[in-house]
Design a protein around this ligand. Structure first.
Ligand SMILES: Cc1cc2nc3c(=O)[nH]c(=O)nc-3n(C[C@H](O)[C@H](O)[C@H](O)COP(=O)(O)OP(=O)(O)OC[C@H]3O[C@@H](n4cnc5c(N)ncnc54)[C@H](O)[C@@H]3O)c2cc1C
Length: 289
């Protein structure tokens, strides 16, 4: 049962951050409420005050500026599926968002809420890692940029300070001759394993000029697998195809997979290898002119 709480409706970041600072652990940011209200109903989180940030203007904007896509933290999963700029320039993000949860959750759940909750079995963090995302966090007196690699600290834990609000996700536009793929597998409502891959080719030599690999959902937080990236970098398609099984073994080993309701450690490690191989061929196909 939902206990009584007070709803605050600030109209600026500063007022929202002041409320968080003043009320400490008894207050929480409220965006779409899809995680928060569920956790409160289950008695997993108790808070006396919800700070509804939906009255703060412009936090749901998506725009392109100087080669960077800026996604407001209040953008819902459904809005991100439908945004023409993203459909044209970042179809992998649109595809990922289309497959988050179910239509009811996508309609109100926000990208900022998804990232801030840091639930391990979530999709966006893994893809954002290979897209080179930066997150913008703001509070009353300051604004800072957090590289995606530093955002997640542990399951349900981020590096956000108690009075900070996640306001924006910044994504550089992928270069020409590049491909991005996010693949996931699961048999419950949320994914058991997610694998993301970004590839960019050197135009003349057709070798892999840049590669980023991330694995999510298997362990407590999504993570980059730099050793596997190093194995593929500089290789042409044939060499990389021969090495992809080894890259998969490294990714599985370094995914920090744990046994839980979504599968055993061995099972998740196997799925990582299968998905990475598929993602490689898919992303490479996108790099072709
Ligand atoms: C049935 C179900 C299935 C799901 N399946 C999937 C899935 O397949 N893949 C997937 O990725 N996710 C899945 N989710 C998670 C879903 O994506 C999130 O519930 C949603 O995005 C959370 O956003 P929200 O705005 O509702 O967050 P809220 O519930 O409003 O907030 C979540 C947490 O983040 C904090 N918070 C929210 N916004 C901010 C902010 N801007 N700054 C700082 N803190 C903030 C809140 O204080 C709270 O602690 C599922 C959820 C449900 C309920």
């Amino acid at each position: 049962m939902l206990r009584r709480f007070r709803l605050e409706e600030p109209e600026s970041i500063q007022d929202a951050s002041d409320l968080l600072a003043r009320h400490g652990e008894s207050a929480k940011v409220y965006a779409g409420g899809t995680e928060l209200l569920l956790a409160m109903k289950e008695g997993l989180i108790h808070c006396e005050r919800l700070i509804n940030i939906k009255k703060i203007p412009d936090l749901d904007q998506v725009k392109l500026k100087d080669g960077t896509i800026h996604i407001g933290a209040l953008s819902t999963h459904r809005e991100l599926c439908c945004f023409p700029l993203l459909q044209e320039r970042l179809p992998a993000l649109v595809e990922m968002e289309r497959n988050v949860a179910n239509i009811r959750v996508r309609e109100v759940g926000t990208i900022g809420g998804n990232l801030s909750f840091a639930e391990p079995h979530a999709d966006p963090g893994t893809l954002l890692l290979v897209l080179g995302a930066k997150l913008i966090a703001e509070k009353t007196s300051s604004k800072r940029e957090i590289p995606m690699e530093r955002f997640f600290v542990d399951a349900y834990e981020t590096c956000l300070e108690p009075d900070e609000i996640l306001t924006e996700v910044e994504l550089p536009l992928p270069p020409g001759r590049s491909g991005v793929t996010y693949l996931k597998f699961g048999y419950l409502e949320r994914p058991s394993v997610g694998v993301a891959l970004f590839l960019a080719l050197d135009g003349a030599k057709k070798s892999i000029a840049d590669v980023r690999i991330a694995v999510g959902c298997a362990g407590p937080t999504p993570r980059r697998i730099e050793e596997a990236e190093g194995l593929l970098k500089g290789k042409d398609f044939n060499e990389a195809s021969r090495l992809i099984a080894r890259a998969g073994e490294i990714a599985a080993h370094q995914s920090q997979a744990i046994s839980d309701l979504h599968g055993s450690q061995d099972y998740k490690e196997h799925i990582v290898q299968v998905l990475l191989k598929r993602a490689f061929h898919h992303a490479y196909g996108q790099c072709q002119p």
